[in-house]
Ligand binder design. Structure first.
Ligand code: CMX
Length: 439
């Protein structure tokens, strides 16, 4: 069976050929208009960016190389003893567009585990951070500091051909993905459980198996499975979202993959993006404490939703920049809860999330502002972690950050393989805009 590198070496020339043909035959074809609303509206809807691994359909949700989430759940190999998609099989799919065999998946797990330990000087740096520094700030700083190990940066300094950049970007990307669990678990230990000893990376476990183990939840099989699914599903959500776009933009300056992904993490830390799952939990818990547990009913939740909206706040976990239907990642995580009825079915927080999802779309529709009244993945993801006893919600976005590396770094490999140029859109002032529209 072919290794990941061999598989990619075969695909790179084909994709380069596809890009060359697009350039030669269709460069001047028009694929959309740029309206004033795009310029002042966060470039919403503008098709102006290449992203290979996934495409988000407003109604169907995300597809990874054409495969829906249920397709991936059916086709991608799980961990030995598990049944959920794992990070390695998702990464293989994102990078190559192909389904790995169980053997290829296991080989990739082993390679990542072998590369998973942090350099000693980075451990020291992380241990020196004050505990009050937000876990996302620590994660981004740790990832940026790892660029001291960048093969891409070293090769660039030595002088290499542009056509070879991608091989070094790939090595850095795999090393970074491999080290993220140890980095993220170290931050968790330092901030919340400084008295606890961190276990080493186990060479026989998959990436997320190791992560759960290092977080101290290794004996909880259903939580491990939940995190496997969570991390696979959050891996990529096409290119325009803040974290993915930030990685792609910074990488276009040929900043190495560590620096590029560090920038992505700082965007992920925003409340309208990756911090939303933490916000949802805070909001659901406030709802729980304001309603007596016996009175958590569709009617009382509806009233609570209105009080949030009337206070001028957004309902966290609802709405989306692109999606116009319930997020299939939300659906997959809810179905996961159905698989463990004794454990998750009885959970008050999980039941509250479910009930909220039943009534919130009606309320948001009546409120009449959001273009999408349906739940996104954040409406449930953090609440399930809370149920499992992972209750430090400032940490939740770090888990998202471990995951989003799969897609953001995949695209960086493809950006370099396709030799895409530095990103430099044209900006205009309001005066210029007025001149253009008034003629
Ligand atoms: N509750 C209340 N109002 C909402 C809303 C919600 N959940 N979602 C959107 N709106 C409002 C917007 O604030 C906006 O109001 P103004 O015109 O007063 O500014 C209006 O509806 C139109 O917004 P939109 O075009 O439907 O949504 P955007 O593309 O501008 O924003 C998003 C998308 C996700 C930022 C927004 O829906 C939101 O704030 N949701 C809550 C936070 C959240 O769940 N974020 C996670 C998204 C997933 C992710 O990226 O990880």
């Amino acid at each position: 069976t072919k290794s990941l590198r061999e598989t990619l070496k075969e695909i790179v020339p084909l994709k380069r050929h596809q890009l060359q043909a697009l350039k030669e035959e269709h460069s001047s074809k028009v694929i959309g208009d740029v309206k004033v609303e795009n310029v002042i509206g966060g470039m919403r809807g503008l098709k102006a960016m290449l992203w290979e691994a996934s495409v988000l359909d407003p109604n169907e949700g995300i597809r990874f190389h054409g495969l829906s989430i249920p397709d991936c759940q059916r086709l991608l190999p799980p961990a030995p003893g598990g049944s959920e998609i794992i990070a390695e099989s998702m990464l293989w799919l994102l990078l190559t567009g192909k389904i790995p065999t169980p053997e290829q998946t296991r080989d990739l797990s082993r390679e990542l585990a072998e590369k998973g330990a942090l350099p000693k000087e980075i451990e020291k740096l992380i241990d020196a951070f004050p505990r009050t520094l937000h876990p996302m700030t620590q994660l981004s700083m740790g990832v940026a500091a790892l660029n001291s190990t960048s093969e891409f940066a070293a090769a660039y300094e030595r002088g290499i051909k542009k056509s070879e950049y991608w091989t070094y970007a790939l090595e850095d990307s795999l090393s970074l993905i491999a080290m993220l669990p140890a980095l993220a678990a170290r931050i968790y230990r330092n901030v919340y459980h400084p008295e606890k000893k961190l276990v080493d990376v186990n060479k026989d476990l998959d990436l997320v198996g190791n992560y759960t183990n290092m977080l101290g939840f290794g004996d909880n099989h259903s939580l491990t499975e939940y995190l496997r699914l969570y991390i696979a599903l959050h891996g990529d959500h096409e290119g325009g979202n803040v974290s993915a776009h930030a990685a792609h933009l910074v990488g276009s300056a040929l900043s190495d993959p560590y620096l590029s992904y560090s920038a992505a993490l700082l965007g992920l830390a925003g409340p309208l993006h990756g911090l939303a799952n933490q916000e949802v939990l805070r909001w659901q818990l406030a709802m729980q404490s304001s309603l007596a547990s016996s009175s958590i009913t569709p009617a009382s939740i509806t009233e609570y939703l209105w009080s949030t909206l009337n206070a001028g706040q957004v309902v966290p976990g609802y709405g989306h920049g692109v999606l116009r239907s319930p997020d299939p990642r939300f659906v997959a995580l809810q179905q996961f809860c159905d698989k463990y009825p004794e454990e998750l079915g009885e959970s008050e927080i999980v039941r509250m999330v479910r009930m909220t999802a039943e009534v919130a779309p009606g309320v948001l529709r009546e409120h009449g502002k959001t273009k999408n009244p349906y739940p996104n993945v954040d409406a449930t993801s953090g609440c399930i972690l809370y149920h499992y006893g992972l209750r430090e919600f400032k940490y939740y976005t770090v888990i998202f950050g471990v995951s989003r590396a799969l897609g953001a770094l995949t695209q960086i490999v493809w950006d370099r393989a396709l030799m895409l140029p530095i990103e430099r859109p044209k900006s205009v002032s309001m005066d210029v805009l007025e001149k253009i529209v008034k003629g």
